[in-house]
Design a protein around this ligand. Sequence first.
Ligand SMILES: [Fe+2]
Ligand SMILES: [Fe+2]
Length: 189
Amino acid sequence: MPDLEKQKQEFLTLCRENIKRDGLEDLLGWLQKSDFFTAPASTRYHGAYEGGLCEHSLDVYHMAKKAIAGYELELTEESVVVATLFHDLCKVNFYKKDVRNQKINGTWQEVPCYTIEEKYCFGGHGSKSVYLVQQFMKLKTDEAAAINCHMGATSGGDSVRDTSNAYAAFPLAWVTHVADEAATYLLKR
Ligand SMILES: [Fe+2]
Ligand SMILES: [Fe+2]
């Protein structure tokens, strides 16, 4: 289980040391009042435990730094921090603690779990994160594309072409996507 206070301080320090933009403290204030630092990252896949969302966000930052070094990309630290740490803000106030029945040693028992209880339906994942960040702080074009397209092209038609075009136009967008996948599929916790 992650050290909630330690990773919260790492998150806040990364933001405050690298993001020099109006509205940052308003955004951080909202996050600290929300469940961001205690929420899971998913209900059953990656980070399905308390603090999983903040942990995953930091993982994506660190994986992005590895990809940027490996591919010798020139990206500003501020934009990397913005895109990676805020890409999943759509999951704020999104999960709730619940219980489910599980058979343990032949008997059914209630075990704790997380389920989805969306408090604010926006109708998108990356797009919702972009919208939420921009309630507090302006995003640069490549940062917005990176957050919006971080899930990759998962449906047909325009989505595939537009996501591909965004990756071609903005290395930050491609890096955020692969770092999200690396954090999800390569890190075994
Ligand atoms: Fe996501
Ligand atoms: Fe993610």
